[in-house]
Write a protein that binds this ligand. Structure first.
Ligand SMILES: Cc1ncc(COP(=O)(O)O)c(C=O)c1O
Length: 488
């Protein structure tokens, strides 16, 4: 008799009932050719003894397999593996391993990657200095839950649960039209609006609509790493143009456009990632000229526009005369919460229609319920009030952090107070190992990035983004005290 005791292992701590575990294992043994068609299995009493289980459990497993036609009950003889199953050459008696091991058996494309910013800790409660994320404690979650509930309870909910327009909920696009006109001076109709899962999806879709293999794409140096990775994945050749305190070097962009075919420009006009600088008004005007002259398609990533502290923000390029070349991208993930994935793309109508078709190939549509809930929160003023409140708090946090860094770390660090956004770009005066800094910080109870992602594709930055928005005053003071010990 086969060594069923070693061939069938069961685990009572699993949610899957034990009889089902036995049945699944017997199917596996049949598929592996170890239990051949026509073979009689041990009687239920014997198998139960071998497996140290109740007989009823084995009977239930046999009955299950008989009903699935894997086994046949032969009167007075017992239970047999169905004779009509194909004969398979046995592999071995070894315990089967999951076919989903760590490596695929087939070749597939390598997707470029960088060490992403720190994930939230799963245990304990360390101090986390992130890349520049919002404070989830401030998010208008009760209003959010209320609206999600009211959407589900509305008589129209069943319509919202259907597939629909891949450009997003009409109600939200309508609200967006008003919102973007009021806050950014955009002159658009709802057909220029597409709702995406965060700004990131919009960046990918827009780029995929434009870039072909070996096309030249201009990006900042340094640049938002996920944009670089995305364009490279699409086959682009990146040309990195310096970013200084006035933003991306527009003269260099013009020079490049005059010397070769540039397929696209990607830039972050407000609170550039990672440096947090804002493109100056003078450079914007010059850039608009270049865009029109060379008919240069531009992705304007304005992911952080709603968070502005010093003065009224400069209006985006998208609000000016760009000759239909600017694709404007933004997000609500920073207002509602990073995992409430609602972003948007504003572009000419045909480009939106094409992007929606492309999106359908991987995501038939966005999340209608959450889009409707956000539309309600925009309409009733909740988002506006939340932004007002969080801007005030984030501004105080920015000022506190900058003041403390100045007084506690002095010349050891350099930074410019950002006009908005959620992080400061902190550079260290002496060359330091950011990896070691991050490791030492971790031993002192603080998680902070080693900043490797900012070095992607460009020269080493000797700096990190220090997110202030998600830390309260006490946490900011603690974080600076730890940083002081590490740096000094
Ligand atoms: C510059 C930039 N663009 C886009 C994104 C993506 O934002 P979302 O979470 O809306 O996809 C981020 C994320 O922080 C970012 O820093």
């Amino acid at each position: 008799m086969l060594p069923f005791k070693t061939l069938i292992e069961t685990d009572k701590s699993l949610k899957l009932p034990v009889y089902q575990q036995i049945a699944n294992r017997l199917i596996g043994l049949i598929q592996e050719g170890i239990l051949k068609p026509g073979l009689f299995l041990p009687g239920s009493r014997i198998l139960a003894e071998q497996l140290a289980l109740h007989r009823k459990t084995v009977i239930a497993a046999y009955e299950e397999l008989i009903s699935q036609d894997w086994l046949v009950a032969v009167p007075r003889k017992g239970v047999m593996v169905a004779a009509n199953l194909p004969v398979i050459r046995p592999r071995s008696f070894r315990k089967t391993v999951s076919p989903y091991g760590s490596e695929a058996a087939f070749a597939f494309h390598a997707v470029p990657t960088v060490p992403v910013p720190l994930p939230p800790p799963t245990t304990g409660n360390p101090l986390v200095v992130n890349d520049g994320f919002p404070d989830a404690r401030l998010a208008p979650l009760s209003a959010w839950v209320r609206e999600c509930r009211s959407v589900i309870e509305s008589p129209r909910y069943y319509k919202l649960l259907m597939y629909g327009d891949a450009t997003g909920s009409e109600a939200l696009r309508r609200e967006m039209q008003t919102y973007l006109t009021n806050t950014r001076g955009l002159s658009i109709t709802i057909d220029n609006v597409m709702i995406t899962r965060g700004a990131q999806m919009a960046i990918y879709l827009a780029a995929a609509m434009i870039i072909k293999k070996d096309d030249y794409v201009i990006v900042g140096s340094p640049n938002y790493f996920f944009a670089d990775l995305c364009f490279e994945q699409l086959g682009a050749r990146l040309i990195h143009v310096p970013v200084d305190e006035d933003g991306i070097d527009v003269a260099a962009i013009e020079q490049l456009c005059s010397s070769r075919k540039i397929k696209m420009l990607y830039l972050v006009t407000h609170h550039h990632h990672p440096t947090t600088v804002t493109l100056s008004a003078a450079r914007r005007m010059k850039l608009l000229e270049v865009i029109r002259k060379y008919k240069l398609p531009v992705i304007e990533d304005d992911y952080d526009y709603d968070f502005h502290y010093s003065s009224a923000p400069i209006l985006p390029l998208a609000s000016a005369d760009h000759g239909g070349n600017v694709i404007y991208i933004g997000s609500f993930t920073k207002s509602l919460g990073l995992s409430i994935r609602i972003g948007f793309m504003i572009a000419p109508v045909d480009f939106i229609a094409g992007s929606a078709s492309l999106r359908r190939l991987m995501d038939l549509r966005g999340d209608n319920l959450t889009e409707q809930a956000l539309a309600n929160l925009l309409a009733d003023g909740t988002i506006e009030r939340h932004l007002k409140k969080s801007n005030k708090i984030y501004r105080e946090r920015r000022d506190l952090l900058c003041g403390l860094l100045q007084s506690r770390l002095g010349d050891a660090v350099q930074f410019t107070v950002p006009a908005g956004g959620m992080a400061i770009w902190l550079r260290f005066s002496k060359k330091i190992s950011l990896k070691k800094l991050s490791e030492k910080a971790s031993r002192m109870g603080m998680r902070i990035t080693s900043g490797e992602q900012y070095h992607y594709g460009t020269t080493s930055q000797n700096g990190i983004r220090f997110g202030f928005a998600s830390l309260n005053n006490k946490e900011i003071a603690e974080a600076v005290a730890i940083l002081e010990k590490l740096v000094k």
